[in-house]
Design a protein around this ligand. Structure first.
Ligand code: PAF
Length: 291
């Protein structure tokens, strides 16, 4: 496995690989890798000739008061995990390499970026789309892999790819959870032991909502209120940004299950939440089949 820091160098490598007829699978990351990331890398390895992973903590997707400075970093561990997962190249640019001095161009998927996490984090998805488009343009992958934990991000990247006719297939990969159900996330590192134990309430609240749906409840407001009550009863939860019921394809808001949706036959609902545990903001989601 080779680590490449310069844009021109990774471009040359990709050109060579493509000349040989190889397909390229790409996994963009911000490092501090865990099993969620390595599952994306392994899927890319199964489906593509060569796998490139990028590690870049993208400053423009963090708000002013957010955790850019303290975002966890461990390049040695990232290197080992990528190697073990069968990655061929790690693209590891610095800020100067990505944004230079006078960076001016931004990309935004407007409506989808202003709901859910976008409400609490204005500008976040604009930063994500800009860096992802830039990485696509540098690496020119055939397929790019994104985790479903960041479900809204996945939908937004798909929309950007479709709107801009980008020649890359976006692949969504399932959430990887710890034994107790907590979705793996680099930000779990911020949790104290006690907060970590309490954090399973996120997944529990989603499963609880699913249980109500399975018992026949169709009124979203009712399910939402009960789930939020359950979350707020947990002493570790300091705030809830949202607990939403949305169309899994379009992120359209659901008021009542079965009434609207991009595909009435599909009968699936995305239940997604973002909550604060102390100073840490965590997100999670499940897709429930209620057909
Ligand atoms: O999901 C992430 O880790 C980041 O948002 C991404 C896609 C690597 C862009 O910086």
């Amino acid at each position: 496995m080779e680590v490449v820091k310069k844009t021109d160098a990774i471009r040359d490598i990709v050109t060579g690989l493509k000349k040989g007829g190889g397909t390229i699978g790409f996994v963009p990351t911000m490092g501090y890798l865990h099993k969620g990331h390595t599952s994306l890398m392994k899927q890319a390895k199964r489906e593509c000739g060569r796998v490139i992973v990028s590690i870049f903590i993208n400053p423009i997707q963090f708000g002013q008061d957010e955790d850019f400075e303290r975002y966890p970093r461990d390049f040695e561990s990232d290197h080992n995990l990528s190697k073990q997962a069968g990655v061929d190249y790690v693209f590891y640019p610095d800020r100067e390499e990505m944004y230079g001095k006078n960076f001016e161009t931004f990309v935004e998927v407007r409506k989808l970026s202003r709901i859910m996490c976008g409400k609490a984090r204005p500008g976040h998805f604009k930063g994500v789309c800009t860096v992802v488009l830039k990485l696509f343009s540098i690496i020119n992958p055939d397929k790019a892999y994104f985790g479903e934990k960041d479900y809204q991000q996945l939908v937004i990247i798909k929309k950007m790819t479709e709107d801009l006719n980008l020649p890359v297939k976006i692949v969504g990969c399932p959430i990887i959870r710890g034994n107790d159900g907590l979705a793996l996330s680099s930000r779990n590192k911020y949790l104290s032991k006690e907060e970590r134990e309490n954090a399973i309430i996120l997944y529990q609240s989603l499963k609880f909502a699913e249980e109500l749906i399975n018992k026949g409840e169709r009124e979203v407001k009712k399910i939402k209120n009960i789930a939020i009550e359950k979350l707020m009863a947990n002493p570790a939860i300091t705030a809830i940004d949202y607990f939403d019921f949305r169309d899994p394809l379009t992120l359209e808001d659901f008021k009542e299950l079965g009434k609207i949706g991009s595909d009435k036959k599909l009968k699936k609902v995305l239940i997604a939440t973002a909550v604060w545990i102390g100073k840490t903001r965590l997100i999670d989601n499940i897709v429930v089949d209620y057909g």
